[in-house]
Write a protein that binds this ligand. Structure first.
Ligand code: PLP
Length: 371
């Protein structure tokens, strides 16, 4: 029985009439840039996250970059983040001219180890960028109190965590601002690229909006250099159809994760994702870890032979990537927990609507290698 890592076709089939109608309506009205759908989506996403403002933009990478640019972060500044994230987090920091500074992660949750944050702060630090990896929030209270004490911004990379909660607050409403991605495979995905910034700060929202439209608030008059980063009206229309289903989809992901937890708990040689009690995770990915890269390779090969989708997340920690080698502003740190994940952490299929029989099949194949 083949099991995809994620079933986007099933998600389309579920909502096909509404999605098709929404897309055709944009075509009929030929309002492709800006307009009521984008404004309505911004309002809906702010409401969903519990923030005063949301600004739609081209993708999650831009969302991160626009926040930092709007905060005035640039050359000579440092931004503290995690080495265990999608490359875009760090790319966005680097493109402002700032230097990324990595702190190690915790085993089990793979989130930033907040107990190591204070030691990474220097007089150049401007912001902390926690990444709610795989859909579980970082322990934000210590991050917020440290940031307040040291006068730092907190920018959440919430690209994998839409709908996740932390002490009753939704991801994206905890720091000064947050970035979301609507890349098709994210928990709320459009039919292409899309992103958004959420914040309670009206001035920050206005600066992000201005930078996303060529540094202008009045057409053809510019007092700063911005860029072009917009959410297409078609994507906004699609996201407006999907958003009301997000909580149910996330609940289905949690239920599927609980099934794996129950079936794999006693399997030697396989570490299951650990969950903190401060909120609900949304299982963007269900990540397991073997004791060695060789064991991961064996399990993944068996999964692939059985037609089951899997992939390493992430094959190589970011502080070890070639792009940083030889950079004069960057001394490669030694981050033991992140390095222990290299080649050893991978995803099992865990998506809304996955059937119990599909999960049984995944478990059978994993156990066939490790049990
Ligand atoms: C997907 C993702 C991004 C980037 O989003 P794009 O929309 O692909 O630009 C950034 N950070 C994390 C953690 C992500 O998962």
């Amino acid at each position: 029985m083949p099991v995809p890592l994620l079933d986007l076709k099933a998600q389309y089939r579920e909502l096909k009439p509404e999605l098709d109608a929404a897309i055709l309506d944009v075509m009929e009205n030929a309002a492709f840039i800006g307009g009521p759908r984008v404004a309505a989506f911004e309002a809906a996403i702010a409401d969903y996250c519990g923030t005063a403002h949301a600004v739609a933009c081209g993708n999650g990478t831009d969302a991160l970059f626009l926040i930092m640019a709007a905060l005035g972060i640039g050359k000579g500044d440092e931004v503290i983040t995690t080495p265990f994230t999608f490359f875009a987090t760090v790319e966005a920091i680097a493109h402002t001219g700032a230097t990324p500074v990595f702190v190690d992660i915790e085993p089990g949750t793979y989130n930033m180890d907040v107990s190591k944050l204070a030691g990474a702060i220097t007089e150049r630090t401007k912001a902390i960028m926690p990444v709610h990896i795989f859909g579980q929030c970082v322990d934000m209270d210590p991050v917020l109190s440290l940031a307040e004490e040291r006068g730092l911004f907190v920018v959440e990379d919430a690209c994998q965590a839409i709908g996740a909660t932390y002490n009753g607050k939704r991801a994206g409403s905890i720091g000064h601002a947050a970035a979301f991605s609507f890349f098709p495979s994210k928990n709320l995905g459009c039919a292409g690229d899309g992103g958004a910034v959420t914040t309670d700060d009206p001035e920050l929202a206005a600066r992000v909006r201005k930078l996303a439209q060529h540094g202008t608030t009045k057409k053809y008059f510019h007092d700063t250099f911005g860029t072009n980063s917009r959410l297409d009206a078609i994507q906004a229309a699609i996201l407006l159809v999907k958003l009301p289903h997000l909580d149910r989809w996330n609940a289905e992901r949690r239920a599927a994760a609980a099934v794996y937890d129950g079936l794999l708990v006693d399997l030697p040689g396989l570490a299951l994702p650990e969950m903190r009690s401060f909120g609900d995770a949304v299982y963007h990915l269900y990540i397991v870890k073997t004791e060695s890269p060789d064991a991961a390779e064996a399990v993944m090969a068996a999964l692939k032979d059985a037609g089951i989708g899997t992939a390493l997340y992430y094959p190589l920690a970011l502080h070890e990537q070639a792009v940083f080698a030889g950079r004069s502003d960057y001394a490669a740190p030694s981050l033991a927990v992140a390095e222990s994940c290299d080649g050893s952490t991978f995803a099992l299929p865990c998506f809304p609507g996955i059937a119990r029989e599909q999960q049984d099949e995944v478990v059978r194949v994993v156990k066939g290698v490790l049990a």
